[in-house]
Design a protein around this ligand. Sequence first.
Ligand code: ARG
Length: 400
Amino acid sequence: MGHVKKAVLAYSGGVDTSVCIPYLKNECGVEEVITLAVDLGQGAELEPVQQKALDSGAKESLVANVQERFVTDFAFPAIQANALYENRYPLSTALARPLIAQLLVETAEKYGADAIAHGCTGKGNDQVRFDVSIAALNPNLAILAPARGWGMSREEAIAYGEHHGISFAVKKSSPYSIDLNLLGRAIEAGHLEDPWTEPLEEVYTMTRAMADTPNDPEYVEIGFDQGVPVSLNGQKLGGVELITRLNAIAGNHGVGRIDMVENRLVGIKSREIYECPAMVVLIQAHRDLESLVLTADVTRYKRGIEETYSQLVYNGLWFSPLKTALDAFVQKTQERVTGTVRMKLFKGNATPAGRKSELSLYDMGLATYGAEDVFDHKAAEGFIYIWGLPTRVWSERVRG
Ligand code: ARG
């Protein structure tokens, strides 16, 4: 590894990233470490984190509040793409990584740093997302991932940090590994590592236990403008406010819990628990509105695009030519996805209960079974004759 003058470190204030500061300076020959803590709506105060980096030996400690950018540039496009990894996970963690990478690169360029560092281990998806995104945005920056190779246990890491003057608050250490932002929570480890074991209620914080949810359903009306959620119950809201409120409303009904075994990019199957109340409701509502305003062929073709899109985002290819091309497709399809969906929240479920749009393709005259019917029933005969022709010919040959 060549000599590094200045590195920008993705910083959370946790054990690993704190230990990275002296480790980079003492073991990796980095002269100056600039830390960057990113506020993605974790709900934690970042001032203590900022000070902690300085106490741990950072030359400069930066904090970026990018919640609005997170929602506008990452969550909303994912909703437009109905992005669910392996059909279930709304990518709450995965969507944050390219944004953090973008901020790290912007900071490195602004401060003239020659490297970017992060505290990811070698087993997860996040290291891939960071490294690939950073390389896509600025291939000249070196990437240092000391935790990938230092081989220290958690206790050893703490001891190393303490040896270099970092004090770790003696809070009762949680058995879980948790990633949290405005879009949701991801919980792993502890008893969750056995995929047969039901999660204890204690792992959840954003969603209420089913037994404690209200006994009456609650309805929310979500307004979309070109595929982007813009209002809640008729009230126009900015993205962060809308997602924050919807997290609370849906979480109160136990909506958004996901318990799954997923396939990591690095080949490992892992058991993950997610809580993504707002994202689950928004994607379901958005998909429902699409059923009203998109033609059948666009809807069906888009399903395949959505699947590929979700895999790309999960696999760290947010900044990639294929992702950019898929974005263009999705954006084109969203031009008429404007309208309102009424969602019913009840006992862990979010189900569409109604939808309307000025741009609806639904035609009452064609659909009705009543007297107003305008559909030409006789035309069906000729259509069926031709539609069924290949099958008829096949059957005649096979049956002889
Ligand atoms: N498995 C998810 C992903 O790769 C979330 C991982 C988040 N980290 C955690 N400590 N639970 O997107």
